[in-house]
Design a binder for this molecule. Structure first.
Ligand code: NAD
Length: 332
């Protein structure tokens, strides 16, 4: 099958080519992201393979359908960037990678907490400059802290297990509580209680209309003063302007972001020589108690190998007319 691979980086090429060795699909790698202005590049391709910041909206899907593309294969778990109703309308199947190493993202969330709490990012810069002063680097024991986990699915539960190992109290909130979270010592509480009692809040729920700006000015006002907020899920969960206001007032003690609501204009590119027009991200990275990583939480060898293998398996199943185990439906 001919597959147009959008937003392709070197690691995508290397690992997708390896995963495709047996299947033998014709993969064409494109630097461009999929959006209305690039949808025509799909002409003649049965499948489009996309990533987190490709815009697979109704306009793009209409053009794909008109040009004969019948499958959109996401190289990620989240599917908030695909208009599933429009895909169903145009008869285009959508598959994603339902599961890959949850340790990759959970461990990255923990890395952000450890770095922010013990100011490792600041210490790194200081010692490189011959500054061995401790003033300003005071942290807190994680042992005995309360950690709120919003979304106790695969990643949230692994994250909770690690934080439980540090001796943290675990509070959880989920639309569908899972006994496994309670088995590892967690306790489900209403969102307001989680916000008010947690020293650290980590977001692990998907971005949906319901969760958009889940963390807004009101939620931040409810938080424990000085709390640490971690978002490795999707940028739209946090109202970034409200988070900046809370950082400025000291209500928010630290912020670790691997995702950002306007990330599609920035992430996965080297803009180090450019003037970045986004004042919000520039303000964020100027805080000493903020760490931003560029959507790298998934980026472990284990996770990306599974992502590539599952993507190729789904494309093969589609080409052979077999059931799609990782299909995303409009009601998912
Ligand atoms: P999952 O489906 O296993 O878990 C998500 C959990 O969120 C479920 O338990 C679900 O019931 C819960 N949830 C849904 N709506 C909710 C709501 N309104 N309030 C509270 N909980 C709600 O998914 P997962 O594999 O654990 O992934 C979680 C998220 O992590 C994904 O949606 C994706 O956005 C993000 N992610 C980020 C990266 C990265 O590199 N930064 C990589 C993979 C996934």
């Amino acid at each position: 099958m001919k597959v147009a691979v959008f937003s392709a980086k070197r690691y995508d090429r290397d690992l997708l080519v390896a995963a495709n060795a047996q299947a033998g699909h014709e993969l064409v790698f494109l630097d461009a992201s999929l959006e209305p202005s690039t949808a025509a590049l799909c002409r003649g391709f049965g499948a489009a393979c996309v990533f987190v910041n490709d815009h697979v909206d109704a306009q793009v899907l209409a053009e794909l359908a008109a040009d004969g593309t019948r499958l959109v294969a996401l190289r990620c778990t989240g599917f908030n960037n695909v208009d599933l109703k429009a895909a169903a309308h145009f008869g285009i199947k959508v598959v994603r990678v339902t599961e890959y190493s949850p340790y990759s993202v959970a461990e990255h969330a923990v890395a952000l907490i450890l770095a922010l709490n013990r100011k490792i990012h600041r210490a790194y810069n200081r010692t490189r400059d011959g500054n061995f002063e401790l003033d300003g680097l005071l942290g807190s024991d994680l042992h005995g802290r309360t950690v709120g986990v919003i979304g106790t699915g695969r990643i949230g539960r692994v994250f909770a297990g690690i934080m439980g190992g540090f001796g943290c109290e675990l509070l959880g909130h989920d639309r569908f509580p899972n006994p496994e979270f309670e088995r590892i010592g967690g306790r489900y509480v209403p969102l307001r209680e989680l916000a008010a009692r947690s020293d650290i809040v980590s977001l692990h729920c998907p971005l949906t209309p319901e969760t958009h700006y889940l963390v807004d000015a009101e939620a931040l006002a409810l938080a424990k003063p000085g709390a640490i907020l971690i978002n490795t899920s999707r940028g739209g969960l946090v109202d970034t302007e409200a988070a900046i206001a809370a950082l400025k007032s000291g209500q928010l003690g630290a912020l670790g972001l691997d995702v950002y609501e306007q990330e599609s204009d920035l992430f996965f590119q080297d803009l180090s020589g450019a003037i970045i027009p986004d004042d919000v991200i520039q303000r964020l990275v100027s805080f000493p108690n903020v760490i931003v990583t560029g959507h790298q939480a998934f980026f472990t060898r284990e996770a990306i190998s599974t992502i590539c293998a599952t993507t190729i398996e789904s494309i093969t199943a589609f080409a052979e007319g077999r059931p799609l185990l990782h299909e995303v439906h409009a009601h998912t």
